[in-house]
Design a protein around this ligand. Sequence first.
Ligand SMILES: [Zn+2]
Length: 309
Amino acid sequence: MNAVRFGIDIGGTKTAIVGISPAGEVIVKRVFATEPARGLEDFLTRCKTAYQEALAESGADRPPAAVGVASPGPLDLARGIMYDSPNLHWGDVPLVDRLEQTLETKILLQNDANAAALGEYLFGAGRGSRCLVYVTMSTGIGGGVVVDGRLWAGSSGNAAEFGHLTLVPGGEECGCGLKGCWEAYASGTALARLGRQVTGREVSARDIGRAWSDQAPWADEIIARAARYSGQAVAIIVQSFDPDRLVFGGGVALGLGRRYLDLVLAEAERFCLNFRVRRPHFTLAALGGDSALFGAAALPEANLGIGRY
Ligand SMILES: [Zn+2]
């Protein structure tokens, strides 16, 4: 079998490697714990083993010319550098060079949210769309944009960093060091912080979601607040890109589900002029936690027009 495309998604908790057919069928998949505390070199060794096993199991008659990699940012795509990532703590590393040396193949790097946008566009909830915006709501908030079949990565690869849109000047402190970012109001981290303030105990975003399903008033208050800010951000996104489809992924969005999405949209309605002309189709990601992994596998064939390709 010739046409196996390989993608790797490096996450703070786990790393996945997939081999897919051109139609997006999974031929082989390997998942291992990233264990970032063991350091980059140790990770690379384990990544090589997993990749070689996946390659052998895929039945491909030769290694692929290139492998796509999705990783947390911030990244410098032109130089192939991953800057000190808050979930990995590897410092600034020449990730592309190190992976190319280790896996002995060309590496095409992209940030995970952009890769997820491409994955959903090609194989998931974005199929058939002309202008797709993908928003991930998880520990943080990020996004990606695909226009006419091309990922819009921006001039440095950092386009669609929606989580750091300022919604409240001088507002809540964000993990990025700025104040009032969307992420500081509606990410999993923000929900947990708000949950702690409201209940006086440690609660995760998942606990809040569960309590919200059980109609606990305290959870309702937290979710309504997050939805309000998210609606404001979604309106900005729709005004900026005029997408025909908006896909929401990430643990928080997928965990809270359609009911939360509808709340966000009802809020967005109050701010969004474009809705009067045309409402984009709003949907949850179809590939679950694998959007970025599928997108990574498609990177070698995606013409991004940026960086070292
Ligand atoms: Zn921020």
